[in-house]
Ligand binder design. Structure first.
Ligand SMILES: N[C@@H](CCC(=O)N[C@@H](CS)C(=O)NCC(=O)O)C(=O)O
Length: 203
């Protein structure tokens, strides 16, 4: 099994964190995204979406996308259940995972690709208004997270989950883009520090 990724970018980090939380080590292969390697015929044959991360299984098949890869790792290995154990945990985790993926991680990515120079010459369509709109949506998701984290240690409740991994990568990406700071979101800031202190955050 091997993971195709580009270490500096936020989506691969989600999978590295997930693997670290599960205590699983696998071979990692760097795909030079800024140089356009992810759009080569060779990589497109592995992941038609032409994005990293992409997991290659031992049977030679491929799984693209952070949640799908994490789902596979969750089921294939022991370790903490980051998608939840009980029906209630799984439901809350699924709801927050979806919310922070669409409303934060993807929203920041759209801001980056549309309202900033993004990947430069690799950007073949940009719509600055859309990018700004998505940036505002990311900030309103931060507001919702701040309310939620007023009386919860983690987004889905008492236990760390995949929703926290996605949100951690999304907040880190937004900070890196200068889309927001955490000054106005004290509960998010404390949660971010808690997640950042986990060994997996350095993965
Ligand atoms: N929803 C996908 C997003 C993957 C994604 O957008 N990855 C970025 C790197 S962080 C990428 O490969 N971008 C290439 C591009 O935009 O051309 C996932 O969960 O893996």
């Amino acid at each position: 099994m091997k993971l195709y990724e580009y270490e500096a970018f936020p989506n691969p980090k989600r999978v590295r964190m997930f693997l670290a939380e599960k205590g699983v080590e696998i071979e990692r292969v760097q795909i030079d995204v800024p140089a356009g390697e992810h759009r080569s015929d060779t990589f497109r044959a592995r992941n038609p979406e032409m994005t990293v991360p992409c997991l290659e299984l031992d049977d030679g098949s491929h799984i693209g996308g952070c949640v799908a890869i994490s789902r596979y790792i969750e089921e294939a290995y022991a370790g903490p259940k980051l998608f939840g154990e009980t029906a209630a945990e799984q439901g809350h985790i699924c709801a927050w995972q979806r919310r922070v993926e669409a409303g934060l991680m993807d929203a920041v990515a759209h801001y980056f690709h549309h309202a900033t120079p993004g990947l430069g010459a690799l950007e073949n369509y940009q719509n600055a208004d859309w990018g700004q709109h998505r940036g505002r949506q990311a900030i309103s998701t931060l507001e919702a997270m701040n309310d939620r984290l007023a009386n919860k240690e983690y987004l889905a409740g008492d236990k760390f989950s995949i929703a926290d991994i996605t949100a951690f990568a999304g907040v880190g990406f937004g900070l890196w883009c200068d889309l927001f700071s955490l000054e106005a979101f004290p509960n998010v800031a404390s949660w971010f520090a808690r997640v950042e202190a986990r060994p997996s955050a350095a993965a």
